[in-house]
Design a protein around this ligand. Structure first.
Ligand SMILES: NC(=O)c1ccc[n+]([C@@H]2O[C@H](COP(=O)([O-])OP(=O)(O)OC[C@H]3O[C@@H](n4cnc5c(N)ncnc54)[C@H](OP(=O)(O)O)[C@@H]3O)[C@@H](O)[C@H]2O)c1
Length: 339
């Protein structure tokens, strides 16, 4: 496959796609900076993290996307505040921040201060961007919704992905027994190196029988699921009485795939999770959880994920790399390397 660096225009710039469906159409385009309005700050970005949904958006297959709009990418970013809008008291120019911004692969962005946190001083910008979306999703799911307890069993699918590894850290901290799946021998070796006892293949339905055999038929208490189709149904079947199912993949939901209610006779709960929607509807709850979680990072009780960095001129290679499903942890785009 052709390897072509993208030209990085003089600042300000951002990544755009005018023809979603092909990664070749992704280009870094000159753009305009915007002065922050009320409740906003302007940030000079240093690092951004690639999320799986960015690839789906670039390929034009993200559920709900408008095919007539120019595609830009929003999500995890870290940088330095360069301007502060009216009503923002928690940040000043020069502060190093991390969090969620509307346009990530860009030199500058104006963003709501509400979705930003102060970057812990001991973390680099690249380390910081491995945290926001994946850890907050895992934290919201495991801690707030499932209330995972010490000694409980949890099945974490695709556990070397971003949300998966965040869930592994949180589960180990709580003292839960982890059953984890991953798609290749290298990934499974990595999970074993983290001390996870029960490691299985995420590309085979055999995991369900393995879980039931290891647990002598009693199953797990919590499932964190990002797999679709029969994998979802089989995963639901591994839940024991009073089990909690945390659905983050959502493909079956958008496909309106039916699911029988019979397993729910066992006091099961099914949580269909959309972090952004939850943050819109319960801003104080999710902001509170984010603050709680960031406090753990500040105290070094949670650690950033492993990552691989690409300079922004090689952003398309990063999109291709993530499609190959070989990465463990996050893929990070550095705006500093050659901007
Ligand atoms: N609902 C929400 O609010 C929310 C929030 C964040 C993320 N999510 C979703 O949760 C899932 C995991 O997110 P993530 O950030 O952890 O993603 P990620 O870091 O990209 O990991 C995804 C994992 O999925 C597996 N996979 C299977 N087929 C794949 C493919 N064709 N391309 C890439 N990966 C593939 C890979 O694991 P194996 O190779 O081991 O199978 C990979 O490690 C995604 O579906 C994402 O959209 C939902």
């Amino acid at each position: 496959m052709e390897f072509r660096k993208r030209v990085v225009p003089a600042s300000p710039f951002r990544l755009e796609s005018h023809n979603p469906g092909s990664l070749d159409d992704l280009t870094l385009q000159p753009t305009e900076r915007r002065r922050p309005g009320a409740g906003e700050v302007e940030i000079r970005l240093h690092s951004a993290a690639l999320n799986f949904r960015d690839v789906l958006k670039a390929l034009g297959v993200y559920p709900g996307a408008n095919p007539d709009e120019v595609v830009t990418f929003g999500g995890d970013a870290a940088g330095t505040v360069v301007a502060v809008g009216p009503g923002v008291s928690q940040f000043r120019s020069g502060d190093e921040v991390m969090g969620f911004v509307p346009v990530t692969y860009s030199s500058h962005v104006t963003a709501s201060a509400r979705f930003l946190s102060r970057k812990p001083g001991h973390l680099t910008f690249d380390e910081a961007v491995t945290i926001p979306a994946v850890f907050l999703t895992a934290y919201y799911a495991l801690i707030h919704l499932a209330r995972l307890q010490c000694g409980e069993r949890i099945l974490i699918h695709a556990a070397t992905g971003g949300v998966g590894l965040a869930a592994v850290q949180l589960s180990q901290r709580i003292g839960a027994e982890i059953f984890a799946t991953a798609g290749s021998p290298e990934k499974r070796d990595y999970l074993r190196s983290l001390g996870i006892q029960h490691v299985m293949d995420s590309r085979s339905l055999a995991f369900a029988d393995e879980v039931m055999e290891i647990t002598k038929g009693s199953g797990v208490n919590v499932v964190l699921n990002s797999l679709a189709g029969e994998f979802l149904t089989k995963s639901l079947g591994t839940l024991g009485v009073c089990g909690r199912f945390l659905e983050i993949g959502k493909r079956d939901i958008y496909d309106n795939r039916p699911l029988g209610l019979y397993p729910f006779r066992n006091n099961l709960a099914f949580f269909a999770i959309d972090l952004e929607q939850a943050w819109d509807v319960y801003p104080d709850v999710i902001t509170g959880l984010n603050e709680e979680m960031m406090e753990l990072f500040a105290r070094d009780e949670l650690r950033p994920l492993p990552y691989r960095v690409f300079p922004v001129s090689e952003v398309v290679e990063a999109f291709r790399y993530i499609r190959q499903t070989r990465q463990i942890g996050k893929v990070v785009i550095s705006m500093d390397c050659d901007a």
